[in-house]
Design a protein around this ligand. Structure first.
Ligand code: DAS
Length: 349
């Protein structure tokens, strides 16, 4: 009898250790190529946002060894159709999952076309230091050597890695971890398309673990002062592309449409054609905030380079490209119209 009691005690101890609670990870599926279907396994002609979250999870059963993973079909779209309204709903859902439903991390499956923008928007609006990781793929789900399954597995592996906490919102693609501020899609079709700009990748995933090389320098997530909890819409901000002999019509159209802000994807260090410049000065005088950014893929848009920003009350985007400058300007305009305070936000975020 004594032997039986000892054996039972040992079995219970072993069971308690092996059944140690796994981290709870929620997968929010929004569509993209990772959920895309091509005409055949070797075709690159496909439709994004066709496969449901449960199918995505079924393709990677190994994920269940990492964490207690559950899926939620948040949307199923091509991310070129992403909207500000969906961003607001997504940020609120993530905040609720992390703060009210006590999930340990959230992974968002997403199209690659606007993944960098969604990541940066969430970087400024998620109010938790728990990992939030966006993941996609460059090949459709039924492709020969589809990259979605391993990307999804790696994203969950990174999401449960203790070192991922406090890193801000990340993207996980092709074994790389990229931070929300610097991540950029650099190639239209290459599976290694995501890069981290001049500062490079923030880390990588190898053998089911995340390894970090650096930390974000900018404010993000729970240190962010932007609160979207009571917002149902965002200020209207458009982007105007700069080029030789540029027409002022696009910028004038935004002014006439009553936009709250306009970002210029300028040439060089955020410069614009004199005809466009005239419209920008008048727009700023009407209270439409102008932000100078650049079409150059790397390098800062500096304050007072060839443009006297202080004189015209323009803001320089510093290290943010046009698509991310638009996001920060939208959120800044939910708090202030003061150009100097907005410029300070561009220094901090
Ligand atoms: N159109 C692309 C998108 O949904 C497909 C992809 O690359 O995910 O972003």
């Amino acid at each position: 009898m004594k032997y039986l009691r000892h054996t039972l005690l040992i079995l219970m101890l072993v069971a308690s250790v092996t059944l140690e609670a796994k981290p709870k990870v929620r997968i929010l599926a929004t569509g993209g190529t990772i959920a895309g279907i091509a005409g055949s396994s070797t075709s690159s002609i496909y439709t994004a946002g066709q496969v449901g979250v449960q199918t995505l999870l079924a393709a990677v059963p190994q994920i269940q060894e990492l964490a207690e993973v559950s899926g939620e079909q948040f949307a199923n779209m091509a991310s070129q159709d992403m909207t500000d309204a969906i961003w607001l709903r997504l940020a609120k859902r993530i905040n609720h999952l992390l703060e009210e439903e006590d999930y340990d991390a959230v992974v968002v499956t997403h199209g690659t076309d606007t993944m960098e923008e969604t990541a940066y928007f969430l970087n400024l609006t998620v109010k938790s230091d728990k990992p939030v990781i966006l993941v996609g793929s460059m090949r459709p789900s039924n492709s020969l050597s589809a990259d979605g399954p391993i990307n999804l597995y790696n994203a969950v592996a990174a999401a449960i890695s203790p070192d991922s906490r406090g890193m801000g919102v990340l993207c996980c693609m092709n074994d790389k971890l990229l931070d929300a501020k610097t991540v950029i899609k650099t190639h239209t079709i290459d599976s290694d398309t995501f890069e981290g700009g001049p500062s490079g990748i923030i880390g990588y995933v190898h053998n089911s673990r995340a390894y970090y090389l650096q930390e974000p320098l900018n404010k993000h997530t729970e240190d962010s002062e932007f609160d979207i909890s009571d917002l149902d819409e965002l200020p209207k901000v458009g982007i105007v592309y700069g080029y030789a002999n540029a027409s002022p019509l696009p910028m004038q159209a935004f002014v006439d449409a009553g936009f709250d802000g306009i970002v210029l994807a300028g040439v060089g260090d955020g410069n614009f054609h004199k005809d466009v410049f005239e419209v920008a000065v008048k727009a700023q005088q009407k209270g439409i905030q102008i932000v100078r950014s650049s079409r150059c893929p790397t390098g800062p848009t500096c304050l007072d380079g060839e443009v006297d920003d202080a004189r015209y009350h323009f803001v320089a985007s510093l290290d943010l490209n046009p698509q991310k400058a638009r996001i920060l300007l939208m959120l800044a305009l939910t708090r202030t119209r003061d150009w100097q305070q907005i410029q300070q936000y561009f220094k901090e975020y």
